[in-house]
Write a protein that binds this ligand. Sequence first.
Ligand code: SF4
Ligand code: SF4
Length: 417
Amino acid sequence: MEKELRRLLNKCVRCGTCRSECPILAELGFEGASPRGLIFLLQGLANGQADRKKMADRVYNCLLCDACTAVCPSGVEITNLIRAGRKEVGRIPAFGPLLKLALNMFLTRPPLVAAGSRLLWAYQRLGLDRALRNTGILKILPGDVGRAEHMLPPLSIRTARGMLPELTPAVGKRRYRVGYFLGCATNLLYPQVAHDVVQVLAANGCEVVVPKGMRCCGIPHLTYGLMDTYAELLRSNLQVFQEAKVDAIISDCASCTATLSHMGERPLGCDADLPWDEAAQMAGKVWDFSAFLVDELGLRRIKRDLAGKVTYHDPCHLVRGVQVTRQPRHLLGELGLELVEMPNASVCCGAAGTFALAHYDLSMAILQKKIDGVGRTGAPLVATSCPACIMQLTAGVKTFGVPAKVIHPAQLAAQAH
Ligand code: SF4
Ligand code: SF4
């Protein structure tokens, strides 16, 4: 592994092209915060010359937004290398073993996730969130969790998993049997999005399976270098969707879509013995919701009955992970909405999964630039195809006073049925 890591790191010719695209470097302004600087540090790590504690802080100071990888003329897979570097470093700054435990023991078990969600619902419902915020006691939480807590949207008592039937029949003649990959964020935070995805797919001739045994796609584990847990989840989801015998797997979450679309590629640092060929076959069935609706289903049952302006934010994992940009925009136009492009629509909004929980100020600085762009469009709607981006942008429009509602394209499509 170290030999392979060194070989891939040595592809970097230090040209600096990646520096122009990095949102973190744009905020912090020093070479060590740039993708090229990170590659240099990782070379030190691979050669046994780096201080692992200092390294941990640096390798986690990255959004894994892939903007650098997308422009590197030498084909350096920078985000893949940073993830492998996180595994090598072995510790997570600010959270340490607590976060590892939560990711390995909690997020991998849907019943525990549902129980945790109910606790958070009660916390909000009883007004403890406001009360604790006012006392300032949330400051004792690790990292920046206490400062980022306000970003959590109002939760429902039931998760989407608890609401959706395992099988939803197609309306009219069945054209496809599809599996709906219900990601953790949509499941917990935006059950209405999940409901709308299933309804729109069914209305367009899909029989929709929501397999009970489905688990997290594994992106949080990849992000924190927990490759063994990622491999365990991949194996489990592969079996679940093979047994479901579906024509396609649809996801409304950019991060799940990208992770599943690349499930046939062994990530750097993952030594697990998995059926990679079977995983690659399954990966070929994965679709983003809007892409499937536009390119495969052909928008047959959608009416053009919405009106007004909308702007679209490209989630990193959709634009660079699977190169989906055209279809969500096309869908919005077909719904009757007028698309007004924001500046830098494909630049990261600063969400990056859990980035704000450890880098709140940096995340908000990046978000402010994004929200300035949203404000300049004058659009009252911001559509985006990722629940983490929806949460981040919703917090952004509220914090920076832009009168816009953030919404998933599936919700707009559901309104037009
Ligand atoms: S663009 Fe690629 S080759 Fe150039 S410095 Fe960045 S990582 Fe290295
Ligand atoms: S992945 Fe994004 S944040 Fe990380 S180094 Fe590359 S451009 Fe910067």
